[in-house]
Write a protein that binds this ligand. Structure first.
Ligand code: SF4
Length: 647
């Protein structure tokens, strides 16, 4: 089979153990499930198991009241002379019904409100949370007593009241988790990929909050049973049915304590404890399984095939080589809101990107390089906005496109490799599915199997191997996760990939592999790559051209070779002065004194003036424009002004 044929062969995913089986393999899950199953079976088989019918009308004598445990009555009798064991068995039916039904109502209602409130910032979310706060300050039990007293003591009313009144705490809990999930990079990535709100909620947000909801449901089942017991204990239970709470009520109020009839009190109490313990054990095991981040396989051996072999594999992708820039950015300006007014984070940034080219965007932290990339993709965080400029891609201006058009173009034509791959991959979904998701969103005609096949190709292409298709992100090493992000970025065959610090936190060997992979893919597939980094070693190794940024502006732009050989801007010189030179290991390194300017304290004139060893009067009065130099490079410094003087 040829390499290309291998790349397009159908992917057969390895068989996986169903989650329920994994739960049962854990001691907590097995014990909890067995305890709960026993309670449910007892409830279901009550007519068969109970020695007597507790609902039957019987004539009793004095001797039958609070009779001690005996062969005829294994748990004795109650104040009415009825068999406690039979009441206990039938009581399981009512208590479990209340627990499960009320917990379902609470979880559905509270979960839905919590997810909507957390995902929808602004008016809707705020209004829902004010409503939640209102219900939270009202004591549940007091409201339950009032409503049951008014509505009537039927079992249906009790279930509905307990279920509905429990929603507020669930909603607040789920909202907090949703707020956290909404800000995570894998949700931002899903937005970037072009997924709509419904898709993101269904595939990313709900699965991420589900373990918490399950754990909460367990607690709610317990609370619902306890609430019913409380209502029954104070005489507001349904008088026509027998529940464990009702049994406790009768025992306490009809002299069991004074009669020393412990058998009328302890069995229903233990039954409640039994179910609470069972649901807690089972819920903990479920969360453990459903949230793969809790698994311990992150040190698992990397089973990927040899990277060199993968890099040599041909791929059936379009290889275009149009002349001219594929992306032209002119005067891009971005501001962020602040209490003191808007702050300029990116100021008149311009550059071109060509097919097959890797352009480095470098500078210290806070220089605006990541903001530039996020602004071009229209993925700025809340409070940030593009206030000027043009970003020409084909016939479109990326900065002026309608949101729907931008969503269609984003990822399919311009994609992003996020910084911190572990955070950008959804931890509760297999990696291959996440790659296929981007394909299905932008190319629905490909179909589910076609998207899976291509996702497998992409994983092969970046050296992971399709055998890891169904594995979760936590089972990948750091380098593999970053490769997976590159596969995701390549999934729709984009023209431009923007990589934001793609090798941060990776060791030098893996860093070299990732960079080599990016550069090779760029050349082979005719893509343009914008590489955001603060690492000059990465730039020297990977980039064809470099844009050096400082204080939100372009300080210098040049071919990498020229920039390293003869930097023109004093900031570039300072950067290179702090970079070790392997050819001259004895050379002293020179740092640049001071720190980059804060956005809210930007100096007038040249932003580098406070740190510049060559600054003169004009530097603090005027902003230096970008001067075009003879060799095609640009620098924003008065020192390179053609025919200029320091006056
Ligand atoms: S314009 Fe002035 S302060 Fe700015 S880099 Fe050039 S010499 Fe230094």
């Amino acid at each position: 089979m040829t390499a290309v044929a291998q790349a397009t062969a159908p992917h057969t995913a390895p068989a996986r153990t169903p989650p329920w089986l994994t739960v049962l393999k854990r001691p907590m899950g097995a014990i909890g499930a067995a305890m709960l199953l026993l309670a449910v079976l007892v409830a279901l088989a009550a007519p068969l198991l109970a020695p007597y019918d507790p609902y039957a009308v019987v004539h009793v004598s004095i001797a039958d009241i609070f009779a001690k445990p005996s062969v005829a009555h294994l748990l004795g009798t109650d104040d009415g002379g009825k068999d406690v064991l039979s009441s206990l068995i039938y009581g399981a039916r009512v208590s479990l019904l209340v627990g499960f039904a009320a917990a379902t109502i609470t979880t559905v209602l509270g979960g839905t409100i919590g997810i909507v409130a957390g995902y929808r910032a602004g008016g809707t979310g705020t209004a829902l949370m004010r409503l939640t706060d209102f219900f939270l300050v009202i004591p549940d039990i007091a409201l339950q007593i009032v409503i049951v007293a008014i509505a009537g003591q039927s079992l249906f009313n009790i279930i509905v009241v307990i279920g509905i009144l429990g929603w507020a705490s669930t909603a607040r809990l789920v909202r907090s988790q949703t707020l956290s999930v909404r800000e995570r990079k894998f949700v931002l990535r899903a937005h970037a990929v072009g997924a709509g709100d419904a898709h993101i909620l269904r595939r990313h947000v709900v699965p991420a909050v589900l373990p918490l909801m399950i754990a909460n449901t367990v607690l709610v089942i317990s609370l619902a049973i306890l609430s019913e017991s409380t209502l029954a204990f104070i005489g507001l239970g349904d008088p026509t049915v027998i529940s464990w709470g009702q049994m406790l009520n009768f025992a306490f109020n009809r002299g069991a304590i004074s009669a020393g009839a412990w058998w009328a009190l302890i069995p229903p109490g233990l039954a409640i404890v039994w179910v609470v313990l069972a649901t807690t054990l089972l819920g903990t095991a479920l969360e453990d399984v459903l949230n793969p981040r809790l698994k311990r396989h992150h040190l698992e051996k990397d089973r990927s095939v040899a990277i060199r072999e993968q890099l040599r594999m041909p791929i059936a992708l379009p290889l275009e080589g149009k002349p001219g820039p594929i992306l032209q950015v002119r005067d891009l300006s971005i501001e962020f809101d602040s209490p003191g007014g808007p702050l300029r984070a990116v100021d008149h940034v311009s550059f071109d990107l060509h097919r097959g080219e890797t352009l480095g965007l470098v500078g210290e932290s806070g220089c605006g390089k990541t903001t530039t990339v996020l602004g071009l993709l229209r993925l700025l965080p809340p409070g940030g906005r593009v206030v000027g400029g043009i970003a020409r891609y084909g016939d479109d201006d990326l900065l002026a496109l309608e949101p729907a058009a931008m969503r269609a173009i984003r990822w399919s034509r311009l994609s992003l490799v996020f910084q911190g791959a572990m955070n950008a991959l959804n931890p509760v979904r297999p990696v291959g599915d996440q790659v296929a998701e981007a394909i299905r969103i932008h190319e629905p005609q490909v179909g589910r199997s076609g998207a899976a096949r291509r996702a497998g190709e992409m994983l092969e292409r970046v050296g992971i191997g399709r055998s890891r298709y169904r594995d979760y992100p936590h089972t990948y090493s750091g380098g593999m996760r970053q490769r997976a992000m590159i596969a995701l970025a390549l999934a729709c065959h984009p023209d431009v990939i923007m990589a934001d610090e793609p090798t941060t936190a990776l060791d030098v060997m893996i860093q070299a592999q990732i960079l080599e992979l990016l550069a090779e893919l760029s050349r082979e597939m005719g893509m343009g790559v914008i590489l955001v980094t603060h690492d000059l070693g990465v730039v020297a190794q990977t980039c064809d051209r470099v844009v050096v940024m400082y204080g939100g502006r372009v300080a210098e732009e040049a071919e990498t070779r020229r920039l390293f050989a003869d930097p023109q801007h004093p900031y570039t010189q300072a950067l290179l002065g702090s970079f070790p030179d392997l050819e001259h290991p004895d050379r002293r390194l020179h740092g640049s004194p001071g720190v980059p300017p804060r956005l809210d304290a930007m100096p007038p004139g040249c932003p580098f003036a406070p740190r510049c060893p060559h600054a003169f009067d004009r530097c603090s009065a005027e902003v230096p424009p970008a001067y075009e130099l003879d060799d095609g490079r640009r620098a924003s410094c008065f020192l390179v002004e053609p025919g200029g003087s320091r006056g």
